[in-house]
Ligand binder design. Structure first.
Ligand SMILES: O=C(O)[C@@H](CO)OP(=O)(O)O
Ligand SMILES: [Mn+2]
Ligand SMILES: [Mn+2]
Length: 559
C-alpha cells in the first residue's frame, strides 16, 4: 500500500473514517447563473443536479472558479479548464501562466532567461516565427503579450519576423478575428517602418489547425505544420486580413474552424515557411493545446504524421508545457511549480485512484489535475482510462458525447471496489457550449446530468461518498451581455451568442451514504474557490490536508 516517504504522510482526520469510496465528478463548463432562456442548464431537464441543490442546503454551495481565485491576473478573467483543474487537484492557488508571462514581460526578465538567449542566437541570420492564438481571450494566450513580445524582440536584434496566427472565436466572440488581424497588421507595419521585415505568414482556425490536445486528432497539427513549416495550404492570399475576411464569407464558416491558409508574395511563393537556422516561439502560455505542436517541432524521432522536412531550428515555448516530459526543453517563462498535488499525496497514502474522461478532456482529470504532469505517480495504485472522443465533428452534432460511456466506466470502477477515489470529467456543458448552439447545449446538459445520476447510484450501492462540482461556467450563459446583464444585439439586431466560458461561480455538492453524519459545509469560508476542494476531498478520504493547502470547505458537527 502507501509509501514510506514521510514527506507525503498525511495525518488522520480526527473525525472522518478512511476507506469510503469517493466519487469526484467534475462537470466541465457548468456554472450557476440566473434562470433565463440563455441558461441551458436551467432549460435542460437536470433532475439529479436539481435534487442536489434542493435536497440538502448544508451540503450544496457555490465556489469561485474565475479570476484570482484560480491564479489568473484579474477578476475579469473567466475561468478555464487548465486553471480550474490545477486548483482542484493542487489545493492551492498558483500564479498561472497568464500572470507569470505578464510579470516576466513587465519586468523584462523574459529577455534575460536562457530561453530567450537561445532563440536570440538565430536573430542575426534567421527568421523568428511566432505561432499562437490571436485573441485577447486570456485562456491560452493574450494579444497584448504578443504585442509586447514583438516590441521586445524588435529592440533586441531581430531582423525578420513571421507570425503564424490561429483565429479564436471560442474564448472571444465569433468574428472578432478580423479586428485582431487588423490590430496585428498595424503593429507589423510599425515594425517594418523600423526596418524589420515583419509579416503574418500563415493562419487557420484554432480548432482545425494546430491546437488539438491529448492526441485526439494529429491531422489538426499536420494542417498547421504544412502551412507554418512547409508553406503549403489549400488557400493562398496576399494578406491575412483578406484571408480571414474571404474565408469567413464561406457558408457556415467561423473563426474556430477557418481552414489553413498561407500568405504568398507576388510570385505566389509563401512568405514565411520555417527553415534551417530559424527560431520558433509558440506564444500560448496554456499547455494542453501546445503539447502536440511542441512535440512535432522538437522531437527528432516522430511518427505522428509525415513532416516532409524537419528544419533545424531553435524552438522555445512561451512556457514549458509538460513538466514530466520537460517539453519543450527551452522556454521563455518558467511555468508555475505545481508540486505536491492532492493526487500525489493521496496515492502516497494508499488511496487507489481511478480517473476517466473522453479524449478531449482526458488530460483534465490526469495531466491538469496532477499539476501539468503526464503519467502516473504509482502505476500499481492508479488507473487512468481514456474513452476515445469522436473526431472531425463539432460537438453540437453529438451533444451527448461520451457522457454515458464515462459514467459506465466510473460505475464499474466504483462497483469493482478496487478504487478509493473515482474521478471523472463530464465534458458536455463545455464542449457543446463552445459551439454556441443553444438547443444542442440543452441536450448536452441533460446528458451530463444523466451521467451524474449513474455515478451517484453506484456510490449509493457501495455506501460511498460523492463530490460533484465543476471547473468553470459555460453552458449556464450563452449570450453576451452588457454590464447590467441585458443581452447584447449585433448590428442586425440579432443576439450575440457567447461561445466562451464565464465569470460565474460553480456548484459543489457532497453526499452519499458513506458521508459521516454531521458533515456539512462551513459557513466561515464564504469566498471559497476551487482550490478549497482538494482539502475537502482529502478529509472525505479520512485525512487532514497539508497545512499549506487552502482550507477545507467542510466541518463535522456532533449529531
Ligand atoms: O477548449 C479550450 O481549449 C478551452 C477554451 O479555450 O476550454 P477548456 O478550458 O474548458 O478546456
Ligand atoms: Mn473546462
Ligand atoms: Mn471550455
Amino acid at each position: 500500500m502507501g509509501s514510506t516517504d514521510t514527506k507525503f504522510k498525511l495525518a488522520d482526520h480526527p473525525k472522518l473514517p478512511k476507506g469510503k469510496p469517493v466519487a469526484v465528478v467534475v462537470l466541465d463548463g457548468w456554472g450557476e447563473a440566473n434562470a433565463d432562456q440563455y441558461n441551458c442548464i436551467h432549460t435542460a431537464e437536470t433532475p439529479t443536479m436539481d435534487s442536489l441543490k434542493k435536497g440538502a442546503p448544508e451540503r450544496w454551495r457555490l465556489v469561485r472558479a474565475h479570476g484570482t481565485a484560480v491564479g489568473l491576473p484579474t477578476e475579469d478573467d473567466m475561468g478555464n479548464s487548465e486553471v480550474g483543474h490545477n486548483a482542484l487537484g493542487a489545493g492551492r492557488i498558483f500564479a498561472q501562466g497568464a500572470k507569470l508571462v505578464d510579470l516576466a514581460l513587465e519586468s523584462g526578465k523574459i529577455y534575460e532567461g536562457e530561453g530567450f538567449k537561445y532563440i536570440q542566437e538565430s536573430f542575426a541570420n534567421g527568421t523568428l516565427h511566432l505561432i499562437g492564438l490571436l485573441s485577447d481571450g486570456g485562456v491560452h494566450s493574450r494579444l497584448d503579450q504578443l504585442q509586447l513580445l514583438l516590441k521586445g524582440v524588435s529592440e533586441r536584434g531581430v531582423k525578420r519576423v513571421r507570425v503564424h496566427i490561429l483565429t479564436d472565436g471560442r474564448d472571444v466572440l465569433d468574428g472578432s478575428s478580423v479586428g485582431f488581424v487588423e490590430t496585428l497588421e498595424n503593429d507589423l507595419v510599425k515594425l517594418r517602418e523600423k526596418g524589420i521585415d515583419a509579416r503574418i505568414a500563415s493562419g487557420g482556425g484554432r480548432m482545425h489547425v494546430t491546437m488539438d490536445r491529448y492526441e485526439n486528432d494529429w491531422n489538426v497539427v499536420k494542417r498547421g505544420w504544412d502551412a507554418q513549416v512547409l508553406g503549403e495550404a489549400p488557400h493562398k492570399f496576399k494578406s491575412a486580413l483578406e484571408a480571414v475576411k474571404k474565408l469567413r464569407a464561406e457558408p457556415k464558416a467561423n473563426d474556430q474552424y477557418l481552414p489553413p491558409f498561407v500568405i504568398v508574395d507576388d510570385n505566389g511563393k509563401a512568405v514565411g515557411p520555417i527553415v534551417d537556422g530559424d527560431a520558433v516561439v509558440t506564444f500560448n502560455f496554456r499547455a494542453d493545446r501546445m503539447v502536440m505542436i511542441a512535440k512535432s517541432l522538437e522531437y527528432e524521432d516522430f511518427d505522428k504524421f509525415d513532416r516532409v522536412r524537419f528544419p533545424k531550428i531553435r524552438y522555445a515555448g512561451m512556457l514549458q508545457y509538460d513538466g514530466e516530459l520537460k517539453l519543450p526543453s527551452h522556454y521563455l517563462v518558467s511555468p508555475p511549480e505545481i508540486d505536491r498535488t492532492s493526487g500525489e499525496f493521496l496515492v502516497h497514502n494508499g488511496v487507489r485512484t481511478f480517473a476517466c474522461s473522453e479524449t478531449v478532456k482526458f488530460g483534465h482529470v490526469t495531466f491538469f489535475w496532477n499539476g501539468n504532469r503526464s503519467g502516473y505517480f504509482n502505476r500499481q495504485l492508479e488507473e487512468y482510462v481514456e474513452i476515445p472522443s469522436d473526431i472531425g465533428i463539432t460537438f453540437n452534432v453529438q451533444p451527448k458525447m461520451k457522457a454515458l460511456e464515462i459514467a459506465e466506466k466510473a460505475r464499474d470502477a466504483i462497483l469493482s471496489r478496487k478504487f478509493d477515489q473515482i474521478r471523472v470529467n463530464l465534458p458536455n456543458g463545455d464542449m457543446v457550449g463552445h459551439t454556441g448552439d443553444i438547443e444542442a447545449t440543452v441536450v448536452a446538459c441533460k446528458a451530463a446530468d444523466e451521467a451524474v445520476k449513474m455515478i451517484l447510484d453506484a456510490i449509493e450501492q457501495v455506501g460511498g461518498i460523492y463530490v460533484v462540482t465543476a471547473d468553470h461556467g459555460n453552458a449556464e450563459d450563452m449570450v453576451k451581455r452588457d454590464k447590467s446583464g441585458k443581452p447584447l444585439l449585433d448590428k442586425e439586431g440579432k443576439i450575440q451568442i457567447l461561445t466562451s466560458h464565464t465569470l460565474q461561480p460553480v456548484p459543489i455538492a457532497i453526499g452519499g451514504p458513506g458521508l459521516a453524519p454531521g458533515v456539512r459545509f462551513r459557513n466561515d469560508v464564504p469566498d471559497g474557490g476551487l482550490a478549497n476542494v482538494a482539502a475537502t476531498v482529502m478529509n472525505l478520504h479520512g485525512f487532514v490536508a497539508p497545512s499549506d493547502y487552502e482550507t477545507t470547505l467542510i466541518e463535522v458537527v456532533d449529531k
